[in-house]
Every structure is written in C-alpha cells, then in structure tokens.
Design a protein around this ligand. Structure first.
Ligand SMILES: [Fe+2]
Ligand SMILES: [Fe+2]
Length: 385
C-alpha cells in the first residue's frame, strides 16, 4: 500500500488530479501492471490505486479530489492492513498546515449567503468536532504512555501531533467562520451544550476509561479498552462517518471550500488513526483479550449507532433540500435511522476485519437495533454533562 505510487525505479510520482474518465482507465488496468498515465509519466501501480489521489494531494489540491475518492479513502487504507510502522511512514508523507487553510471566503459565505437552516445544521456538526478534536488531544496522552511497543509509541506520537493540528483547525473554524471568539475556553462550553445526548454519553464513558488507564499505567487490558472506545468507536465510526458525510455534502455546493479542505485533510489523518486502532485491536483479539473489548462494545456500539437520535425521537425538521449539505442526520427521525443503518453496516464490517467471529458480530448487531434506554429517557439537549 505504501509503495503503490512509485515508478519502476522507485521514484515517487505525483500526477495532477485526474478526471473521472482517466481515472476509470487506470482502474481498469491490471493490478501491478505498467500503465500509460495520459500526458503524464509512465508508472507502475502497485496496489489499489483508488487511495492514490488523496494519498498524495497537497492542501491546495484537496478541493479537486473527487468525492468518490474521498469516500473510499479510509477503506482503501484499511484494506492494506497497515501496521504501526507503515502508518508512521504514511504520516511523514502527509503533512499539512491548519494555519494555511483559507477561511476568509467561508466566513463571508457563512454570514451572508447561507440559509439559516443550513447554518444551524452545520453549526451542530462543527460543534461535535470542536469537542471531539479537543477531547481526542487530551485523552491520547495516557493511551500513548501505556502503549505496548516502540512502533506503537512512534505512531501514537504522530497522532498526538495530528490531534493538535485538528484542534487548532476547529478552533479557527469556530472563530473565523462561526464567529465564536475567545479561543477554546469560550468555544468548548458552547459546543458541549449543543451535542446530541448519545455523543455526550460516549464522551463521558471514554473519559472515564482513559482516566482508569492513567490510574493503572501499562495495564494492557485497560489500554485495549481505551483503544476500543477511542480508535474504534469515536474515530472509526463517528469521526470518519461525520467527516465523510460533511465533505460529500459540501462537494455538492460551491461554498465553504475552506471547511471542505480542512475536513478532507482531517479525514486523511483519521484513516491512519483508524488503521492503527484496527491493527492494535486485531492484535489484542489474537492475544486473548476478546471479553474486555466485547463487553465495552456491547455498551458503546448501540449509543454510537444512534448518535443522531434526539431525546424527542428525532427532531421535526423539514425534509432534506438538494442544495443543503446533509448533516450526518439528514433531518428528523427518518434521517437518524438512515445514519443508524449506515453506522451498523460500517460497524459490522470493522468488527469482522478485527477478527470477531460471526456469533459475536451478530450479537453486537442485535444490540444495535434497539435505541438505548438512556437515550429515550434523557430530556432534549441531555443532562449527562
Ligand atoms: Fe482528529
Ligand atoms: Fe483522530
């Protein structure tokens, strides 16, 4: 996976972003075959080339990356089953600057061009990421400190750097686009108060599990529980699905290209983080830690799948308009169920990739059909925080 964008003599190739037609020609060529890259250089594709465009894109090229490419990126990365060392190398090649993302036009569009319904919808999505990136940065320290090996340590160091960059990106978006000044100290309480009940409950459990780990440093079972909730549930299901939905939605409209760029870069980072989590959990399962992971998933997956379920049974918003990027929940109870179905499919696939057996996967999926009681009894807006 890491070497597929190389020429025969090993030199890296970085063609411009391809059109759909040219892309199809490449995709139809044989695996590992020599292909003529249109007016560009001849190269050898050494793996699933669908990850190629986003893999190699610089920040200013990201708005031009095809939406299908972005949607499939994480799956393409995970298909290679990368280990911590390979992910570290990938990180070295995929640097970007949160300071360089141009947000000026987004601020103008947000204030003057956007319909109120869209602004409200996106505000809520942005708030989940303001909280999510900050808590990710804060909670990753104990996970890094208790990791089992040197390659884990090196990779998790890169993830700390990524989460720091993501937190800076979200603080800028909150300030320069949403108009919430005062830095994280002012942005976080506002964002937290806007989170859906399931997201709050997951955040609270996640923080407790990581605290438990920091009280028992080096405890491998507790470390795996922390990775299960952090890398599998929060990042692998919620963050990745949220980023993907947002970028695809913004791809259908001509504004908020700064936000789209920042989220595309974050999604690429997230694919590495989730790749690491899958690697660690696959190893944990093979080492006999099935029950520790399974018990926690039984509790967390039903919450994650019902992330858009509001205590009112889904809000009563108008149906989705074509010119409005969807939030994760396309609107109302029906939208929440669409999200749940998408997340159930994603969870099932990931559980199998880790190595859970059919009976365990079926049991967890059965649990995910019911809305957890904690969500049906919580008042709107939640009281869990
Ligand atoms: Fe992040
Ligand atoms: Fe992440």
């Amino acid at each position: 996976m890491d070497s597929f964008a190389k020429t025969a003599d090993g030199a890296a190739i970085r063609p411009p972003l391809f059109t759909g037609r040219f892309r199809d020609e490449l995709a139809s060529s044989d695996h590992n075959s020599r292909v003529t890259m249109g007016p560009y250089r001849e190269g050898v594709l050494m793996g699933r080339w669908s990850a190629f465009l986003l893999d190699e894109a610089e920040l200013d090229e990201m708005p031009g990356v095809p939406l299908g490419e972005i949607a499939g990126h994480a799956d393409a990365v995970l298909a290679g089953r990368p280990d911590a060392r390979g992910l570290y190398r990938r990180w070295e090649r995929q640097q970007w600057s949160a300071e360089e993302v141009e947000l000026g036009p987004d601020g103008e569009e947000w204030a003057h061009r956007m319909p109120r319904v869209l602004r409200d919808r996106l505000t809520r999505v942005m708030h989940t990421f303001v909280v999510g990136e900050y808590t990710g940065l804060e909670l990753l320290g104990p996970i890094l400190a208790s990791c089992p090996g040197e390659h884990d340590l090196l990779f998790l160091g890169t993830q700390v750097a990524d989460e720091s960059r993501h937190t800076a990106m979200m603080a800028r978006i909150a300030d320069e686009v949403l108009g919430k000044s005062g830095g994280l100290a002012a942005q976080l309480p506002t964002a937290w108060s806007d989170l859906p009940p399931a997201y709050r409950q997951i955040s609270i459990v996640e923080a407790e599990i990581v605290k438990e780990l920091s009280r028992n440093p080096g405890d491998h079972a507790r470390w795996l529980r922390a990775v299960t909730v952090f890398h599998f549930v929060t990042e692998g299901l919620l963050a990745l699905d949220g980023q993907r939905t947002l970028v695809q939605g913004l791809g259908r409209v001509s504004f908020l290209q700064g936000i789209k760029t920042g989220f595309t870069a974050m999604l690429r980072d997230e694919a590495r983080h989730v790749g690491y989590g899958m690697h660690a959990l696959r190893r944990g399962l093979a080492d006999g830690y099935h029950d520790e992971m399974f018990d926690l998933l039984e509790e967390m997956l039903p919450l994650a799948v019902h992330i858009d379920f509001a205590a009112t049974g889904g809000d009563r918003e108008a149906p989705q308009r074509r010119d409005v990027p969807p939030r994760r929940n396309g609107g109302g109870a029906a939208g929440a169920e669409q999200t749940a179905e998408r997340l159930r499919r994603l969870a099932r696939r990931r559980l199998r990739e880790i190595g859970f057996g059919s009976a365990a996967v079926d049991h967890l999926m059965d649990r995910c059909r019911e809305v957890p009681a904690s969500l049906t009894t919580a008042p709107p807006g939640g009281t869990t925080g």
